[in-house]
Ligand binder design. Structure first.
Ligand code: EPU
Length: 421
């Protein structure tokens, strides 16, 4: 296991370049299961979660090669139908092989992912959608056993208690592409990652309309082709760099991001008092001297992303005044609160709302990462804190950020990666 030793208070400057999106790459790699032809995905980030998805594909008999950020998937004649617990339990996104396997092979055995540290994370919407397409589903020994002689289009309302589901929409959309007739997905997720997946499916010959809106319409086709595609930039990594600039009071340029995917984050940062300007694929962030506290509520896209909530809390805990942060997607996603508290942050939790009494500066401390975005928040907090912090269990960070410690070091941060005892 490794940890990061971070000395706070260094001035960051320069340009950060954003990698390809993790959450777009994962379902797009699963979409290769829908065809027999070669699929080429460019811009894939070097992350543990991507490695896990590749292992799942290989386990199904698919040939996968990786050269730098290009992943080539050759699914010709793959015969596997099972995604085992040992792989699915380490990464929930692997559950989105269910829809493609069912549509292409007419049967699938995919482990239930189980809960995770950010909350219970059920898959009922995935199952409801696939059942509406005509799949017969059984749960046995912790696995979903799915089969169907023929999938048929249907009208499916995919909303749950916390709104739409990103991977649920992905699973149903992929299966609908090879179903007979027309499918309408209502309350579909509108996240840019889902739109990227739909664009890949269109390249494969699928007939989809309305992606990026809450109602997606799919006219099923008999077969799908291979594709060549460059994945969209990671908007959460980009947002994490924007907050790194804000929390350190430094001017940074962020290259390769799409500002149109970051509307809610940019709007909040402007409210905090950070100047954000975008031009020619590059964003410039210039914090003003005095930042202001703000209230933030996470919501499905285009609302403020839950995947930026922890990082925003790291910023607010070092912005004097009272900020209120409400989590509407994962009401339990607050594991970072106690760790930020170890650095002196004053945060009170009331249900799914955190009341943050911001201080001018936190103090470095040994802290422990609990999930991916919580880890990022602890890194950001440490960059600005007085003194040295040790962030342990950073395998969480490596699941979703492409060499973020190296990227921050290039910007002037003092970060060392060490083996933890
Ligand atoms: N939900 C249900 N039933 C379902 C599915 C989801 O009730 O069948 C609930 C969830 O418990 C949650 C809400 O619906 O309260 C939204 O969950 P969603 O299904 O949209 O999450 P996901 O698709 O499993 C993706 C991202 C997450 C991100 C969420 C929300 C990937 C691989 N993961 O998860 O990313 O937080 O959407 O935007 O795309 C991360 O990158 O750190 C991460 C956790």
């Amino acid at each position: 296991m490794e940890k990061l030793i971070i000395r706070g208070g260094r001035t960051l400057k320069g340009t950060a370049t954003v990698s390809g999106s993790k959450n777009a790459s994962l379902p797009i790699l699963a979409a290769a299961l829908l065809t027999d032809e070669l699929c080429v995905l460019d811009g894939v980030p070097a992350l543990r979660d991507v490695t896990t998805m590749i292992r799942i594909l290989r386990n199904l008999g698919v040939k996968v090669t990786q050269e730098g950020s290009r992943v080539t998937v050759d699914p010709a004649g793959y015969a596997g139908i099972e995604a085992p617990y040992r792989l699915v339990s380490t990464m929930r996104a692997s559950f989105c092989v269910l829809g493609p396997l069912l549509a292409k092979k007419r049967q699938a055995k995919v482990s239930l992912p189980g809960g995770c540290v950010i909350g219970p994370r059920p898959v009922d919407l995935h199952l409801k959608g696939l059942k509406a397409l005509g799949a017969s589903l059984k749960i046995e020994g912790g696995y979903v056993l799915a089969s169907s002689r023929e999938l048929r289009g249907n009208t499916i309302y995919l909303g749950g208690a916390f709104g739409s589901s990103v991977l649920g929409t992905a699973n149903v959309l992929m299966a609908a592409c090879l179903s007979k007739g027309r499918t309408l997905i209502e309350n579909a997720a509108c996240e840019p990652e889902l739109v990227d997946l739909a664009n890949v499916l269109l390249k494969m010959g699928a007939k989809i309309q309305g992606h990026g809106t809450p109602v997606i319409s799919v006219e099923g086709v008999r077969r799908l082709n291979g594709f060549t595609h460059r994945v969209i930039p990671d908007r959460i990594e980009a947002g994490t760099f924007l907050i790194a600039a804000a929390v350190n009071g430094c001017e940074l340029r962020v290259n390769g991001a799409r500002p149109e995917h970051l509307g809610a984050v940019i709007d909040k940062l402007r409210e905090v008092g950070v100047e954000v300007s975008a031009k020619d694929g590059s964003m410039l962030i210039r914090p003003k001297r005095r930042l202001r506290p703000v209230d933030v509520t996470t919501l499905p896209y285009p609302g403020f992303p839950t995947d930026m909530q922890a990082q925003m809390m790291a910023l607010m805990s070092q912005t004097p005044g009272i900020s209120v942060i409400t989590e509407k997607i994962y009401p339990d996603r607050f594991m970072h609160v106690a760790e930020l508290g170890r650095m002196g942050a004053r945060i009170k939790l009331e249900g799914a709302t955190a009341i943050v009494q911001g201080l001018p500066r936190l103090m470095g401390a040994p802290v422990m990462a609990s999930d991916l975005r919580a880890s990022a928040a602890l890194v950001l907090a440490s960059l600005a804190a007085k003194g040295t912090s040790e962030v342990s269990r950073i395998y969480h960070l490596d699941r979703g950020y492409d060499r973020i410690d190296e990227k921050l070091t290039r910007l002037g941060a003092e970060i060392r990666r060490e083996k933890a005892e």
